[in-house]
Write a protein that binds this ligand. Structure first.
Ligand code: FAD
Ligand code: SF4
Ligand code: SF4
Ligand code: SF4
Length: 582
């Protein structure tokens, strides 16, 4: 005969095992019903221990949770879930390169869920009372521990570490060299991708937790590091990489050749540097694309971007490349600059050589090799050089830090540098990376500093990676559904201002998109069997998990079909075994 049993390891279980992590999602019937529906829709396939999108997010934001809540129309709850994990939900929704989408189970058919666009929708709706309430809850949860930490650098790594350390009870002072906080979010990314009002609001909310910010203070110059040790138990160094790479070719010193990072910083601080009508940008990363698009907005008529590898190897996100092309920027692939030509000391053209791609190099990309006699010249008035970023190596050496062979700060497993009590993270350690990687580094640092100072009693910061899912059988969606298409403002209009280019989704689009998500992992905030199918045989045990009353159960197995955690199993047993609570 049949028996229906609950597996306690799956019932109300969450992928997120970080000790002390408190998921803010309440039991919500609409969310439970959605998860049950998706289980049935997907043919009842086995759940994965961690949803791949979550494992791929460097900060392990619970994507399935907030997408599921969005599908259920519970937008405030979705915002709270994201905000409980990271302090920059809205900023991320506009600039994150979406590693989660690259691992979504729908990616195999080329239609991953538009996760970040959904995040933007809930972040935009979460205004006023909702954010205030969440912030007040955070503030009232802080219990001071009498220790103080200094954070050097108010970029996403530094501010996230400050936020998480404050929540763990520390007094925190953040020292920032520039006049405004935000790091590259402020000094690098242009306003047409990240409006300043969005960034300012999120930083204001972080500081409101009681974090002190000192701007216009360059540590090592305005205040010696020795001074910081006097008042703080540990230091977190998150100074980023704000120096542009140098192009060592003839003419690189000519008037009209500019460092793209300096150019972007000046524009983001309100300056309007003069660019000529013809601009060439050298590089293929975020800075290159941003510099080219800013140059267009400052009046350049012809903007070309010269990249030595092919388009698919460009470090910039393909969406950015597409948007730049729509704005009239010409991408010259497989070409490397060899000299700037001048006349009366003024820049007049750029000579480049065509490249072919050889075998893979150390970076895993094909090595560009110059093609003999393939030189060509483009007439230009301004050149913007965006060929990499470096940290302030003198400052790092003065601190006595050991650097790795590429010049980035070397840290041990806990994120501590070669100097006791001095931790480091973000671009300064990884090299130029992404906002979400910097946020994850800040979270890791907060956990590591806390454990270093308070020992094992402090909660650890555990992070999952896609590597853990290497041998896990992937969910195979039974049908292909199309990803929503996001829209942008008309290119001919947007090149004359710095307003946001990407248009968000409508609520109808959001609903259709969120409902494509198959909520692939287990969830601890589950009550779906009870919420969707109030069978009297389903009992809530003392531990909160479900047990089945064997006398009342008639082995119909409906609850097993509904359980989105795959926790209920229908099995064949001998008659005597099948009675009693299971
Ligand atoms: C033009 C551009 C566009 C980008 N676009 C994207 C994007 O679309 N998506 C994405 O995910 N990533 C993007 N990035 C990368 C991303 O911005 C960085 O990876 C991220 O900001 C790194 O964070 P961080 O906190 O480590 O350092 P930063 O953001 O660089 O912050 C470091 C801070 O430390 C301060 N500082 C330095 N030295 C000192 C000192 N001695 N004393 C006090 N303060 C100091 C600096 O002024 C700075 O504010 C972009 C980068 C650039 C340059
Ligand atoms: S549906 Fe019921 S049995 Fe399944 S995980 Fe949720 S609460 Fe547990
Ligand atoms: S379908 Fe949903 S839960 Fe599954 S990988 Fe994609 S976004 Fe994540
Ligand atoms: S309990 Fe559910 S919603 Fe909360 S983090 Fe875990 S999977 Fe996400």
């Amino acid at each position: 005969m049949k028996d229906v049993r609950v597996n306690p390891f799956k019932c109300k279980a969450c992928w997120n095992s970080e000790p002390g992590f408190r998921c803010v999602v309440p039991n919500a019937a609409l969310y439970d019903i959605f998860r049950s529906q998706q289980k049935i829709r997907s043919g009842g396939s086995r759940k994965m221990p961690i949803p791949p999108c979550v494992a791929a997010c460097p900060a392990n934001i619970c994507v399935q949770g907030y997408v599921g809540l969005t599908a259920a129309g519970l937008y405030d709850q979705a915002y709270r879930l994201i905000r409980s994990r990271v302090p920059f939900p809205h900023t991320l929704s506009l600039v994150c390169p979406q590693p989660c989408e690259g691992h979504c189970i729908h990616v195999n058919n080329g239609q991953p869920i538009a996760i970040n666009a959904l995040k933007r929708f809930v972040a935009e709706r979460a205004v006023g009372r909702i954010r205030r309430k969440f912030l007040d809850e955070l503030k009232s949860s802080i219990v001071g521990n009498g220790m103080s930490i200094a954070v050097v650098g108010a970029g996403p790594a530094g501010l996230t570490a400050a936020h998480d350390l404050r929540l763990r009870g520390y007094s925190v002072t953040v020292y920032e060299a520039l006049e405004n906080p935000g790091g590259m979010l402020y000094a690098g990314i242009p306003a047409f991708r990240l409006p300043r009002s969005v960034l300012d609001q999120e930083i204001k909310e972080i500081l409101e937790l009681g974090i002190e910010l000192k701007t216009g203070v360059r540590i090592g110059q305005d205040i010696p590091v020795e001074e910081l040790w006097k008042g703080h138990s540990a230091i977190f160094l998150a100074a980023g990489a704000h120096h542009g790479g140098m192009l060592k070719i003839p003419g690189a010193e000519a008037e009209g050749v500019m460092d793209a990072l300096k150019f972007l910083r000046e524009v983001n601080r309100g300056g309007r540097p003069r660019v000529g009508p013809r601009v060439a940008v050298i590089g293929g990363g975020d800075s290159a694309l941003d510099a080219a698009r800013v140059a267009r907005r400052l009046g350049a008529e012809e903007v070309s971007l010269c990249y030595r590898r092919s388009r698919i190897e460009m470090p910039a996100h393909p969406d950015q490349v597409e948007q730049a092309e729509a704005e009239g920027i010409e991408i010259i692939e497989q070409a490397a600059p060899i000299r700037f030509l001048t006349q009366n000391e003024r820049l007049i053209s750029l000579e480049s050589v065509r490249m072919e791609l050889g075998a893979l190099d150390g970076s895993g990309r094909r090595r560009p090799i110059p093609i003999p006699d393939s030189n060509f010249t483009v007439g230009i008035d301004t050149a913007l050089v965006a060929i990499g970023q470096r940290p302030d190596s003198r400052f790092l050496k003065d601190l006595g830090l050991i650097l790795d062979h590429r010049g980035w700060v070397e840290v041990g497993g806990l994120g501590m540098t070669s100097v006791e009590r001095l931790f480091a993270g973000g671009d300064l350690v990884s090299g130029p990376s992404t906002v979400i990687e910097a946020i994850a580094a800040g979270k890791r640092a907060a956990g590591a500093i806390d454990r270093y100072l308070r020992g094992e009693t402090a909660k650890a910061a555990t992070f999952h990676t896609p590597h853990e899912l290497k041998n896990v059988e992937r969910y195979k969606p039974s049908h292909v559904s199309e990803r929503v298409k996001t829209a942008q403002r008309d290119p001919s209009k947007r090149v004359s201002d710095f307003h946001l280019v990407d248009l968000g989704l409508t609520e109808m689009q959001v609903q259709a998109e969120a409902r494509r998500c198959l909520v692939c992992g287990l969830c601890a905030n589950c009550n779906a069997c009870v919420d969707t199918f109030a069978c009297p045989a389903l009992l809530v045990s003392e531990t909160g998990k479900i047990v089945i009353d064997g006398v009342l159960c008639n082995e119909c197995g409906i609850c097993a079909q509904l359980c989105p955690n795959d926790a209920i199993e229908v099995i064949e047993v001998e008659r005597e075994e099948a009675v009693g609570a299971r």
